[in-house]
Design a protein. Structure first.
Ligand SMILES: NC(=O)c1ccc[n+]([C@@H]2O[C@H](COP(=O)([O-])OP(=O)(O)OC[C@H]3O[C@@H](n4cnc5c(N)ncnc54)[C@H](O)[C@@H]3O)[C@@H](O)[C@H]2O)c1
Length: 268
C-alpha cells in the first residue's frame, strides 16, 4: 500500500534479523510510507543478520542495542534523536527469544535461569524501552508503541513453552504501561497478536509447519502474513489510531474467535 501515512514521523524499529522478520517488512513499508527511523538489534544479531542491507535500502543507520540493557537503550534513544533530528513518534518492539524453546526443553523440565532470560528478553524489555524513553523525554506526545505477541498468552499451545509466559507478561505490561504513559504523557501502547508466520523465531517452535497449517485452516480469512502485519503496524503508528491504547489487537484472520472450521472438521 502506497499511502504516505507516516510522513514526518520518526521511529525506532527493533528486531529485523533477515528478510523473513516481521520487523524487516515493517521497516520496508514504513520507509515507503514516508517515515524516518533507525534500526536496532542485539549486537550478536548484527553478525548473523543482514540488517545493514536493510538500513542501506531504507536510507538509515543501525544502532546496536541489547533490549535487556538499560544503558544500550539510553544510547539508542540518544543516537536516534540526534540522527533523526527530534523526538521519537513510534517504536516497534519485535523481539522474542526463549533458550528453553530453542534448546527443546520440555515444559515440565524448564531451566529456570533460562525462563528468566526468556522473560527478560521477550517481555521486560518492553518496560525498559518505554521507561527509558519516558525518563529521557525521548518519546513525543501521541507517540505510538507497538509490540508483537501471540495467542499463546490466552490459550495453551504445547510447543510454545515458556514463551507463553513471556507473551502474557508482555500484554499485561502493555495495559499497565498504557495507563501511566497515557495519563502523564499522551503516549499510546498496544500489542498486535499475529498469526503464525514463517520467520526465524516462528519456525523455532517445534512442529511449526503443522501449527501454521492448522491456524491457516481454522481462520476464516487464512493466516495473516508478515507483510499484512506490517500494514497493520503502520496504521497503529499513524495519526489515524490516536485513541487506541492498552489493547491486544488480534491480527489473525479470525482464528481467535473461531470455535472450529469446516476444513478442520473434514480432517477429523
Ligand atoms: N513468527 C511468528 O509466528 C510470530 C507470531 C506471533 C508473534 N510473533 C512475534 O513477533 C516478534 C518478531 O519475531 P519474528 O517472527 O519476526 O522473528 P525474528 O526471529 O525475525 O525476530 C526476533 C528478533 O528478536 C531479536 N532479539 C532477540 N534477543 C534480543 C535482544 N536481547 N535484544 C534485542 N533484540 C533481540 C532477534 O535478533 C530477532 O531480530 C516476536 O516478538 C515474536 O514472538 C511471531
Amino acid at each position: 500500500m502506497d499511502y504516505k501515512i507516516l510522513e514526518n514521523k520518526r521511529g525506532i524499529i527493533f528486531g529485523a534479523l533477515d528478510d523473513s522478520s516481521i520487523a524487516w517488512k515493517v521497516a520496508e513499508q514504513a520507509h515507503k510510507a514516508g517515515a524516518k527511523f533507525t534500526l536496532t538489534n542485539a549486537p550478536v544479531a548484527m553478525r548473523m543478520g543482514k540488517i545493514k542491507d536493510l538500513a542501506e535500502s531504507c536510507g538509515t543507520i543501525v544502532i546496536p542495542a541489547d533490549a535487556t540493557s538499560t544503558e544500550d537503550i539510553e544510547n539508542l534513544y540518544k543516537e536516534s534523536m540526534e540522527y533523526l533530528g527530534g523526538k521519537i513518534d513510534f517504536v516497534l518492539h519485535s523481539i522474542g527469544m526463549s533458550p528453553n524453546v530453542r534448546k527443546g526443553r520440555d515444559y515440565l523440565d524448564l531451566n529456570y535461569d533460562w525462563l528468566l532470560k526468556t522473560l527478560d528478553i521477550s517481555a521486560l524489555s518492553l518496560h525498559k524501552v518505554v521507561q527509558v524513553g519516558v525518563k529521557n523525554e525521548a518519546l513525543s506526545e501521541w507517540a505510538s508503541v507497538v509490540a508483537l505477541t501471540y495467542i499463546a498468552a490466552q490459550r495453551s499451545f504445547p510447543g510454545y513453552g515458556d514463551m507463553a509466559e513471556a507473551k502474557s507478561t508482555l500484554e499485561s505490561l502493555t495495559r499497565s504501561l498504557g495507563y501511566h504513559i497515557g495519563t502523564k504523557h499522551n503516549i499510546r501502547i498496544n500489542t498486535i497478536s499475529q498469526s503464525p508466520t514463517w520467520t526465524t523465531a516462528g519456525s523455532g517452535v517445534p512442529g511449526f509447519d503443522k501449527f501454521f497449517n492448522y491456524a491457516d485452516q481454522m481462520s476464516p480469512l487464512g493466516n495473516a502474513s508478515a507483510d499484512e502485519c506490517a500494514d497493520f503496524c503502520l496504521m497503529m503508528f499513524s495519526d489515524y489510531t490516536r485513541k487506541i491504547t492498552m489493547q491486544n489487537l488480534f491480527h489473525d484472520g479470525g482464528f481467535s474467535f473461531t470455535g472450529v472450521s469446516q476444513a478442520i472438521m473434514d480432517k477429523i
